[in-house]
Design a protein around this ligand. Structure first.
Ligand code: BGC
Length: 851
């Protein structure tokens, strides 16, 4: 909104209105009806930081058989766990543009989580979306485009939940930078406010959350920051209005860790679970809910109806995943501890109360054969940016420009850069919060303990026929070759590695305080590349540059140097880094990764809106999203800026041709979707009489752990009926959104209106995978401002030499719509023609059709 304020939206729509969840709500309502007040509170409140084995633990409702839930980070593997896979990061998965791998990535992660006793994975991550290329956590998500994020979210959520594990889509919403995401890390009184207008909110930032809700996601994590000057976890417009009414979300909303900033107010605004349970500070045991929530229900401040809905949503999600079935889900809870690597430990290490030692780590190996999948994703997520006759370098040392002959002397390959080597080991820094050795993940809660990390040098040293190819390694960024020029001079081919790292804002490394201070390579990477390029074989050697990075990096210092013959951008590959890279360099895997964001020539090329606010500009730092819809390629397109490498770009060892676009109308154009359907079912009804306060008294048989968050009260003497003065606007009756009506919103939005097909042919001499990308241009309009084009379809297909396949894109009503702020609904622009442009990147769209 231009005024940067968030309107009120009350009361919270209740869950239990859709067909897909009807069974689970029925079962949940039967269980919730039997719960006592403290049991209900226990389920919605975490037990406190380090008060249980996982990063988030809820209390059980023992007498009705509802367990403690264990919630664990993060998007790319199980955080703080032993014997679990370190998968490639979200951004690498995004760069595969492979829907099937997105599913398998989520599925494998969930298999491991289930075997470790985890009920909910705290991922996938689609917020940050990637507004700022230097944003610290962009790498946890899938790329700087809402459609790409949305498809990857939907695929990975299905992968996770098909395994009976809850997925948590995070962070809702506008957490686009780490600086000032919350107050306590940055010494401020308040967190940053992301000020986002209605249309931009819908078309950019909320868009992928729509896919997540449609996929049936069990949980949504609200973010630390404010949205339009109201904290996300207490923002009624966001949680009650947009998420629960308009998008029809049936699961539960959990807070990010200490993102809850008010007690009663957050309940009314639509928060359902507080994590980790402590209130405003870590591990102090003073919850904003817990006993306070119990009290607020008893004194009438929080309607019991609201608590019942909170709990029903959580219990329904548990049934929805089939976690009630002991055949699927072991009731014993996690078999590992987040807090120690020792076999023995205490149940709640966050409590100062003395406790008996128990077995907390059983060291269950859950990796199965997931290293294969990790390797495949890392290889398919590697983007070939430049290749002038250098790659692949096959087993015998042949390259496309020179076939190795038996009588030739061995080919000499020299490898340079710290990023090629093991450094001090992958787990050297806590939560991976430093840049040393080869970069395979960013840092923060989204990182894991690596069971191992195959470094590029380790894999490449073994890759080639040792008779035909001699490999030397120089795993430092300080140019040792300046003293020993022979190292460079005597190499025929030089492979030089460099990287750029970032992470979550609770830790910094060097000048990288979560967000990167710029988008250059780090640790002297640019200089190293230039020096290697100048000196390799006396200046005429061939150079391959390999980049590991959390986001776009400026390549201008070296990309056009004549002997930089090839560039591979390997993103963040996880534990199989070196093996996957070797697959691509040797050509056993034909590269098919595509950029999940634009690489500009400078940071300025991305526009003002793409810059991190590094200094607070007020008591509540204000971040106005003034660029609106124009982020990443939408900005480059609008202002005619030539990128270095465009969104969606990536080369292959073969070539592809696109032709024969056929556009088929399935349903006729109409400006607005069909009217909102009636709810399929009514939410469960419960007895709404406030229970007897005695129910809430601390049971004498429980031994109290200090600082542990319990739902009970020590005394009920001070409880008087004292309803909280409800927020302004609480009594205003909200009209339900016309864009709503089912899980994911109005079902008509998900109907296919147009089918577009295209023929793709492999025109080269080797088998490879093509990514067909469809971008849509809206009709010309003087009334509505439309981006030049938006991604609305992609598919990856494998083609043998000469082979042709037809790819079909189903465009839904939502795909064709824009958010019309006047009708407050998704609209199709019916005057004029839509254009569908298809090809291999956002700037290589040779064929098109219209509708
Ligand atoms: C992060 C979340 C994470 C949580 C629990 C927070 O700092 O923002 O993404 O799930 O911690 O570790």
């Amino acid at each position: 909104p231009p005024d940067g304020l968030s309107p009120p939206w009350y009361p919270t729509p209740k869950g239990g209105t859709t067909k897909n969840w009807a069974e689970s709500y029925k079962k949940a309502s039967e269980m919730v009806a039997k719960m006592t007040l403290p049991e209900k509170v226990n389920i919605s409140t975490g037990t406190g930081w380090m008060m249980g084995p996982a990063v988030g633990n809820t209390g059980p409702a023992i007498h009705v058989g509802f367990p403690s839930l264990a919630l664990q980070d993060g998007p790319l593997g199980i955080r703080f766990a032993d014997n679990a896979t370190a998968f490639p990061a979200g951004i690498t998965v995004g760069a595969t543009w492979n829907r099937d791998l997105m599913y398998q990535w989520g599925n494998a992660h969930a298999i491991e989580a289930r075997k470790k006793g985890i009920h909910a994975i705290l991922g996938p991550c689609i917020g940050p979306l990637g507004r700022a290329p230097a944003g610290g956590r962009n790498w946890e998500g899938f790329g700087a485009d809402p459609y790409l994020q949305g498809i990857a979210a939907e695929r990975s959520i299905r992968g996770i939940q098909d395994e009976g594990v809850m997925a948590t889509i995070k962070h809702l919403v506008g957490n686009e930078q780490e600086h000032f995401r919350q107050q306590y890390e940055w010494g401020l009184a308040n967190a940053l406010s992301s000020n986002i207008d209605d249309r931009t909110m819908h078309e950019i930032y909320l868009w992928p959350f729509g896919d997540a809700v449609k996929a049936g996601v069990a949980s949504v994590m609200c973010s630390y920051n404010m949205i339009n000057n109201s904290y996300a976890c207490g923002n009624s417009k966001l949680l009650n209005g947009l998420l629960k009414d308009e998008m029809g979300f049936q699961g539960f909303v959990m807070s990010d860790w200490l993102a809850q900033r008010g007690g009663v107010s957050t309940t009314l605004a639509g928060l359902d679970m507080t994590m980790p349970g402590d209130g405003l500070f870590w591990a102090n045991g003073k919850s904003l809910w817990g006993p306070e929530l119990t009290k607020s229900v008893l004194n009438g401040s929080v309607p019991l109806e609201r608590l019942n809905d909170m709990v029903t949503r959580i219990v329904a999600a548990w049934y929805q995943m089939g976690q009630d079935d002991e055949k699927n889900f072991d009731r014993k809870g996690p078999n590992f501890s987040s807090w120690t690597d020792d076999e023995k430990g205490v149940f709640a290490p966050g409590s100062p109360t003395k406790q008996n030692e128990i077995t907390v780590n059983k060291f269950v190996n859950v990796m199965g054969n997931h290293s294969k999948l990790a390797r495949r994703i890392a290889a398919e997520g590697t983007v070939l940016l430049k290749n002038e006759g250098l790659l692949p370098i096959t087993h015998d040392g042949s390259t496309p420009s020179s076939a190795a002959k038996q009588e030739d002397p061995p080919l000499r390959i020299a490898i340079f850069g710290e990023d090629a080597g093991p450094g001090d080991g992958p787990n050297y820094c806590k939560d991976r919060a430093c840049n040393q050795g080869t970069l395979a993940s960013g840092w923060g809660s989204g990182s894991v303990e690596f069971p191992y990390l195959i470094s590029p040098d380790e894999a490449l040293k073994k890759a080639w026929d040792s008779e035909r190819v001699k490999v030397t390694t120089h795993l430092t960024n300080s140019p040792t070759f300046e003293k020993q020029p022979g190292i460079l001079k005597e190499a025929d081919i030089c492979i030089v590695f460099a990287n750029s790292d970032s992470g979550e804002g609770y830790v910094s490394w060097d000048s990288v305080k979560g967000d990167r201070p710029d988008i250059f390579l780090q640790k002297g990477g640019d200089d190293l590349i230039v020096k290697v390029a100048k000196g390799c074989h006396g200046g005429d050697g061939q150079v391959l540059v390999v980049i590991h990075t959390v986001g776009p990096v400026v390549m201008e210092k070296w990309i056009d140097l004549p002997n930089v013959k090839a560039v591979l951008l390997a993103n963040l590959p996880g534990q199989e880094s070196g093996n996957a890279l070797t697959d691509v360099i040797l050509g056993t895997v034909n590269p098919s990764g595509k950029l999940p964001w634009t690489i500009g020539r400078t940071l300025d090329d991305y526009g003002e809106g793409a810059k991190i606010l590094y200094k607070p500009n007020g008591l509540v730092p204000q971040q106005d999203f003034k660029e609106g819809l124009y982020t990443d390629y939408r900005y480059f397109d609008k202002f005619n800026i030539e990128p270095r490498f465009e969104f969606g770009f990536g080369l292959s060892y073969t070539t592809f041709k696109f032709d024969n676009v056929v556009v088929k109308e399935i349903k006729a154009k109409s400006p607005l979707p069909a009217s909102r359907p009636q709810d399929f079912a009514s939410p469960p009804e419960y007895d709404t009489n406030i229970p007897d306060a005695k129910e809430a008294l601390f049971p004498t048989e429980i031994r109290k752990l200090e600082k542990y968050v319990y739902p009970y009260l020590d005394s009920i003497d001070d409880i008087v009926s004292d309803p909280y003065p409800y927020p302004d606007g609480y009594d205003v009756k909200q009209s339900l959104s016309d864009a709503g009506g089912d899980e994911g919103g109005n079902p008509d939005l998900w109907e296919t209106y147009v089918k577009v097909s295209v023929d793709v042919t492999n025109t080269g001499s080797t088998e490879g995978q093509a990514v067909a990308q469809l971008y849509l241009s809206y009709p010309d309009s003087t009334e509505v401002d439309f981006p030049v084009k938006v991604l609305r379809g992609f598919d990856k297909i494998s083609l043998k030499e000469g082979q042709t396949k037809t790819v079909t894109f189903n465009l839904t009503r939502r795909d064709l719509s824009y958010w019309d702020v006047y009708s407050q609904n998704w609209g199709i622009y019916i005057a004029g023609k839509y254009k569908f442009m298809i090809g291999g990147s956002s700037r290589d769209l040779p064929v098109s059709g219209t509708w």
